[in-house]
Design a protein around this ligand. Structure first.
Ligand code: ZN
Ligand code: ZN
Length: 317
């Protein structure tokens, strides 16, 4: 059965059913030959693009061997009573960010180039027909759902807006209608004014623990100047400086850090959106109350997080 989408009738939830992903290698469960290490290039589909130096490639983009969405699908629906299966086209790529298997993101020397490749791939996918949204994310560590240690990110294009993004877009639009301004521009200027939750800032970016953080150590990074689309960004050196600072602090304060990092960029053509990166460390898992209510209980205030990270306090959990 090819991967396809299913919609839950009692909620706004979409589910991607993708049986093939069951066979993904998992380095945390068994010893495997890393498909992303130099010398093992045959283990992945042929590269979409590579950046090279004298020693060979140092960034490599490949199609995901176990895609959540594939190009092989023809767009069609299959009905089963009330329920429908939506077979849709999508892309699923992997960006291998360094040759070294064990590098943490803040240790990648050419992180600015990695960010530039993120933007290039995102731009290319947005230029294709039927692409409504392009999501770029990085899973790091066993508790964040990563299956391989080797530094990498993933990029998925889809023909519909994911729930979380359409909800965020709705809030950007409502705020704009009321205030004639962008919500994120206002949030950033408040954070800079009150200086209670800032983790790092330079001339172009602010990294802060958001006021209503859902998770312990949740951090957002956003450009000071209004820009809806991540792929139009050009200040990759400044952004890499911000990310290296944030992740050095997180890795210092939290032992065995696991996290998800997600780039929230505007859906195709939307101007009332302000791109930002969400970093979501996995420390406490959502539990019964969270699943039942949609509320989050956060045991550490974002003000305390900024103190822990900025003073270099070791966090015990
Ligand atoms: Zn490797
Ligand atoms: Zn803005």
């Amino acid at each position: 059965m090819n991967s396809h989408l299913r919609k839950d009738i009692l909620s706004s939830n979409w589910v991607i059913v993708s049986n093939d992903r069951e066979f993904r290698p998992n380095e945390y469960r068994a010893k495997i030959k890393c498909p992303f290490c130099p010398g093992n290039e045959k283990e992945t589909p042929p590269a979409i693009c590579e950046l090279k130096d004298l020693k060979g490639w140092y960034i490599r983009v490949v199609p995901n061997k176990y895609p959540a969405l594939t190009l092989e699908n023809k767009n069609f629906q299959e009905s089963e009573g009330l329920n429908k299966k939506f077979y849709v086209k999508g892309h699923h790529e992997v960006i291998i960010e360094d040759r070294n298997h064990f590098k943490k993101i803040n240790e990648i020397k050419h992180l600015d180039k990695v960010l530039e490749i993120y933007a290039l791939r995102m731009k290319e996918l947005y230029s294709l027909k039927n692409v409504k949204y392009v999501m770029l994310f990085r899973n790091y560590g066993q508790n964040a759902g990563a299956s391989l240690i080797h530094p990498h990110s993933q990029i998925i294009s889809m023909p519909l807006l994911p729930l979380r993004v359409s909800d965020e877009l709705k809030h950007f639009k409502t705020y704009h209608l009321k205030n004639k301004k962008c919500a994120m521009c206002d949030i950033l200027s408040d954070e800079k004014k009150f200086k209670k939750r800032i983790i790092f800032e330079n001339s172009h970016f602010v990294a802060f623990a958001p006021f209503a953080s859902r998770f312990n150590f949740e951090i957002w990074v956003s450009p000071v100047n209004h820009e809806p689309d991540f792929y139009k960004e050009t200040e990759f050196k400044k952004l890499s400086e911000a990310l290296k600072n944030v992740f050095s602090k997180l890795h210092y304060s939290i032992k065995d850090l696991s996290y998800n990092m997600i780039i929230h960029t505007a859906p195709s053509g939307e101007k009332k959106f302000h791109w930002h990166i969400e970093i979501l460390p996995k420390i406490a898992m959502p539990a019964g109350f969270e699943w039942g209510s949609g509320f989050y209980i956060n045991s550490l205030s974002p003000e305390r997080i900024s103190e822990i990270l900025n003073k270099g306090i070791k966090f015990r959990y």
